[in-house]
Design a protein around this ligand. Structure first.
Ligand SMILES: Cc1cc2nc3c(=O)[nH]c(=O)nc-3n(C[C@H](O)[C@H](O)[C@H](O)COP(=O)(O)OP(=O)(O)OC[C@H]3O[C@@H](n4cnc5c(N)ncnc54)[C@H](O)[C@@H]3O)c2cc1C
Length: 170
């Protein structure tokens, strides 16, 4: 029996070859640039509120300098990543967004979101590993985001190629 034959443009009408699917992937990766910052914001806000309430050594843990440094570093990366997403969005609207720009956003924001989630987990102590708080759920999700839609290594190589003009993979 003959297999089902689909016309060449059945899935993405008007598009030839791999251009269409690759454009879809680029759009999905652009979405990730924002999505991971949402997960990071949830972790940061959970840690901030917990640090102001949890009392140890007679004081909220948010009053200790080490905790404040953690919260400051988290806030810096969260806001930088969100600004990067805004910037890429403006480039996208202007039709100037290239795949390597999306690689910068996907790689940076996923990596920083994981660091933020990990720091937040530490601030919550043992409570950080429970499902009473959203941090472990975000952490495991972010670990898989690091792999899908282009792994950390592959986006690194895409940026490396854009910087050097030399392709490290085929
Ligand atoms: C939750 C989840 C959802 C997914 N959803 C989809 C989906 O909807 N559609 C789909 O098609 N796929 C999907 N994937 C698959 C995903 O795209 C692949 O897992 C990913 O591309 C890596 O492929 P791999 O697992 O075969 O690892 P491998 O290709 O075996 O890579 C293993 C490791 O080696 C590294 N590596 C490979 N080549 C190089 C190199 N040249 N230099 C340095 N390091 C290198 C990789 O970066 C990685 O760290 C999903 C994966 C996950 C985890």
């Amino acid at each position: 029996m003959d297999g089902v034959r689909l016309p060449a443009d059945a899935m993405l009408p008007g598009v030839e070859g791999l251009k269409g699917p690759l454009r879809c992937l680029n759009e999905a990766r652009y979405g990730i640039v924002w999505g991971v910052m949402g997960a990071a914001r949830s972790c940061f806000e959970t840690a901030l509120s917990y640090a102001k309430e949890r009392v140890q050594f007679g004081k909220p843990i948010g009053s200790f300098q080490l905790t404040q440094k953690k919260l400051t570093d988290m806030a810096l990366e969260l806001n930088k990543g969100t600004l990067l997403a805004h910037h890429l969005g403006r480039m996208r609207e202007a039709g100037r967004l290239r795949p390597e720009h999306v690689s910068v956003g996907k790689l940076n924001n996923t990596r920083e979101a994981i660091t933020i989630a990990r720091t937040a987990r530490g601030i919550l102590g043992a409570n950080g590993i429970t499902l009473e708080y959203p941090i472990m759920r975000h952490m495991t999700n972010l670990e898989s985001v690091l792999t899908y839609e282009g792994t950390e290594e592959v986006h690194t190589l895409v940026i490396g190629q854009a910087l050097t003009g030399l392709r490290a993979f085929d």
